[in-house]
Write a protein that binds this ligand. Structure first.
Ligand code: MG
Length: 393
């Protein structure tokens, strides 16, 4: 801390159980503190400058990038998560910079074509340890970004890495060392990580309603069977009977986000008041998360989720795109795994490096890293270049 001007106080107004620089478990490669920023501001800034972050712009959330200019992409989704998470963090006197860092990084490991892409790559990797986008996000910030002279990855703080790793199997947890330990000894992550996880849910539930309606795959009448939606819809219709349809939808979506945020802040606020954790360690040792929706909101939230799963994510038009995506990912994996010399030289080098260390498993992992890093359009182009003789290589 000694190199910082003493008037800078990053912790002003934060709760005693918030994550702050002084209680951080630090970085894997120790570095001097930044001059004018907190450690978590630096993490956030490193994420924004990462190549994987820029690629989020051309990766599918639900709708493939070329389907329309107004749909959410992984990038706009991540920015919406950050907005919601920061509001909650500030209201609960938690570390907003850490929250923002976790939110912006949480989907860095997503494959092209959203969940269809992840499922396809997981299937390709079934004999080689599988593929999981959440673990891959950690791999991106720990290993795959090549930006700094002194270390691989972004060398983020422990608490940011812990927030990125939302879930993890016992086997993977054991391999991950310190950042996986909480899954084995059943501890909680910091509150900033807990709240960003729920901010993700609030964001996608709300924006998928908006995108689904815009695409015409779901309708208002169907959504009116879902109480969480219907309450907001009725209220908007009552207050603004003359409002055109598109603005009604926007008004309902913004109220959907707001009512969930308010519920989360209030419920978590009373949990924190009731259990009064003395510090971050007490938060970690608490038997359950201290950031939560009320029972009622959790139930209504689930109803909306179930609706979106059956009516939107499994809609035949979404499914058609998923099946095409699956084929692209599977065929790219097969081609590159069987014959790594089809890969660009830099990727060939990575395959050779990991193969030397881990044999076939290493080779498969390097191919999966290459494919997971692709944007939707790059994957489609690369598939054509590999399989279509009429296409230039
Ligand atoms: Mg997400």
């Amino acid at each position: 801390m000694s190199t910082r001007p003493h008037e800078l106080n990053f912790n002003q107004g934060l709760a005693e159980y918030a994550v702050v620089d002084a209680v951080s478990r630090g970085r894997r490669h120790p570095e001097p503190p930044p001059a004018y920023r907190s450690e978590f501001q630096r993490d956030r800034d490193r994420i924004i400058h990462a190549a994987a972050f820029r690629r989020l712009e051309y990766k599918t959330q639900v709708f493939v990038n070329h389907e329309g200019d107004l749909f959410r992409t992984r990038l706009t989704h991540s920015i919406e998560v950050a907005q919601i998470a920061r509001s909650i963090a500030r209201a609960l006197r938690l570390n907003e910079d850490l929250t923002e860092a976790v939110a912006l990084a949480h989907d860095l490991g997503h494959t092209p074509f959203g969940h269809a892409g992840q499922d396809a790559l997981n299937e390709c990797m079934k004999d080689f340890g599988g593929f999981e986008h959440n673990l891959q996000s950690l791999r991106v910030v720990d290993e795959l970004e090549e930006k700094y002279a002194d270390f691989p990855g972004l060398n983020l703080s422990f608490e940011t890495r812990e927030g990125i790793l939302k879930h993890c199997s016992a086997k993977n947890a054991a391999d991950l060392g310190e950042v996986g330990a909480r899954f084995l000894n059943r501890q909680q992550p910091g509150l900033e990580a807990q709240l960003t996880n729920l901010a993700d849910e609030i964001a996608y539930n709300s924006h998928d309603v908006d995108d689904g309606l815009r695409a015409g795959l779901i309708g208002i009448e169907q959504l009116r069977d879902i109480p969480l939606f219907n309450e907001q819809y009725e209220e908007v219709r009552r207050l603004y009977p003359e409002l055109p349809q598109r603005r009604i939808i926007h008004e309902v979506v913004r109220r959907l986000i707001n009512c969930q945020v308010v519920d989360l802040v209030q419920t978590s606020g009373s949990l924190l008041a009731q259990h009064a954790p003395a510090d971050l360690e007490s938060v970690r040792r608490h038997p359950a998360p201290l950031i939560a929706f009320s029972d009622d909101m959790r139930e209504r939230n689930l109803e909306l989720k179930r609706f979106l799963r059956t009516e939107l994510y499994r809609h035949y038009r979404v499914h058609r795109m998923s099946v095409k995506a699956l084929r692209v990912i599977r065929e790219l994996f097969e081609a590159f795994f069987q014959d790594p010399r089809l890969l660009p030289l830099e990727a060939q080098q990575k395959v050779a490096d990991l193969r030397r260390r881990d044999g076939d498993t290493g080779q498969a992992r390097a191919v999966a890293d290459y494919i997971a890093g692709m944007t939707d359009r790059y994957a489609i182009k690369e598939h054509q270049r590999v399989y279509n003789p009429g296409e230039l290589t």
